[in-house]
Design a protein around this ligand. Structure first.
Ligand SMILES: [Zn+2]
Length: 441
């Protein structure tokens, strides 16, 4: 029976590929036919799973490339299909009809909430947990729920690769019976003595509930922390990166270039290095692979039209850390600039208009002389403008545009020649459509 399901799923996959439509449909179909299909596969000896609120796709893609460069045959859910169906699709793609996965190694990114489904069947050899923060509140609920969900499904046979700088991630090591390896980033010139926002996710010790002392913050609650009673602190990471300048950082005294000047990017690359090294790859080979690989990311893109240059920073709604990442990047650019912010739907999955996360974003940082104006667009333009007002941004700097037909005019007339946009995918698509309609691109 499973043989037939796999045959049909593979056929479906072949047709979808011919139509240029990659999707997790084959996995969905196979699971509909047999809800235990995941158990049918014979998994390779080494499996690496990656999870976290941010950076899963970048980390897993970079890691898959490291192993490919080292000559391994890698199975990888390349399109970021990280729910159970996506993972089954990846297994279908890499297995024969008997369910034997032909890859030497599996590198799978997994959604935080699907760990409980998949780990019941596949026990990872290595499990990278990069960060956890408030994210998609309507879907996930509190981050403690997500933490519990992950934690109770980790087996002692799994080697954890944990970000030492995130106290919530370090917490996974407390009761873990198996191996744990920490990675982290040393203090940099950008480290802050104070948190950027007051409502951080984890500020109390998970063991004794005393308030944690932070020596410095890289961003959010990521940094160097310790409990005054001495029972919980940032572990000395086996793999610690050091930022040298905006171009590169070092790890194990070897230089690694940074694709974009973001601390998140350094964490992703350091996590890859740590697991690759732990799994036995040679240091030089890993560094070469990191330096020769450019991640094809849609999160940072440039569009040119008329005399304008728009730098698109895809910012994920319901995820304050993702917005803060974009704000950090924009403020690092020295010139005077306009910023465009907006979205039409809060969630891509649910019809819920929860805007509480907007109040977690560090919009206060935009009160900066180099910000010429901020253009609020989309269905929630007034909500964003209100939030900016509470961030004490001069109201003369705030422009509201709810009519998408007006958007192009406003951008042409009010924005600086090079401007930055914090969009979700849908607004980016709309803007492209409007610019095409006007014959500007
Ligand atoms: Zn404590």
């Amino acid at each position: 029976m499973n043989f037939v399901i796999l045959l049909m799923s593979k056929l479906g996959m072949y047709i979808l590929k011919k139509l240029n439509k990659g999707s997790s449909f084959p996995g969905y179909f196979a699971k509909r036919c047999n809800k235990n299909i995941l158990r049918y596969f014979k998994i390779p000896k080494t499996t690496i799973f990656v999870t976290g609120s941010n950076g899963k796709t970048s980390t897993a893609t970079t890691l898959a490339n490291i192993y490919k460069k080292a000559g391994y045959k890698v199975g990888h859910n390349i399109k970021g299909s990280n729910l159970t169906d996506g993972i089954i699709t990846c297994l279908i793609e890499n297995s024969n009809l008997l369910g034997v996965v032909k890859s030497d190694i599996l590198v799978l990114e997994i959604d935080e909430r699907y760990v409980k489904e998949v780990f019941k069947v596949i026990e990872p050899t290595y499990f990278i947990i990069n960060n956890l923060s408030r994210d998609q509140l309507a879907r996930n609920g509190h981050f403690d729920i997500v933490w519990e969900d992950i934690n109770r499904n980790i087996s002692a046979n799994t080697h954890l690769i944990l970000n030492a700088d995130d106290p919530l991630i370090n917490k996974f090591s407390i009761n873990h019976k198996g191996k744990t390896t920490f990675y982290g980033l040393a203090k940099t010139k950008y480290s802050k003595n104070k948190p950027e926002v007051e409502n951080l996710d984890m500020t109390y010790c998970p063991i004794c509930n005393t308030k944690l002392d932070f020596k410095y913050y890289h961003y959010w609650n990521i940094g160097s922390y310790s409990c005054p009673t001495g029972d919980f602190n940032r572990k000395n990471p086996k793999y610690e990166s050091k930022l040298v300048n905006d171009e590169y950082f070092t790890i194990d005294d070897m230089k690694v270039k940074i694709n974009n000047t973001s601390i998140h990017n350094i964490y992703n690359l350091t996590a890859c290095y740590a697991v690759a090294k732990e799994s036995g790859l040679e240091k030089n080979k890993i560094i070469d692979a990191l330096n020769s690989f450019t991640l094809n990311t849609k999160r940072l893109e440039n569009i040119k039209f008329a005399n304008k240059e728009c730098v698109l920073l895809i910012s994920k709604n319901e995820n304050a850390v993702s917005y803060n990442q974009s704000i950090d990047y924009i403020l690092k650019q020295p010139e005077k600039k306009s910023i465009v912010i907006g979205f039409d739907n809060v969630s891509r999955r649910y019809k819920l208009d929860d805007l509480s996360w907007l109040w977690d974003v560090n919009f206060e940082a935009l009160k900066n002389d180099n910000v010429k104006n901020i253009i609020c667009i989309g269905k929630f333009a007034y909500d964003i403008a209100l939030r900016l007002k509470y961030a004490n941004i001069d109201s003369k700097k705030i422009i509201i545009c709810t009519d998408s037909n007006e958007m192009v005019n406003i951008l042409l007339n009010k924005s600086t020649n090079k401007f930055y946009s914090m969009f979700c995918f849908e607004i980016q698509k709309n803007l492209n459509k409007l610019l095409k309609k006007e014959g500007l691109i």
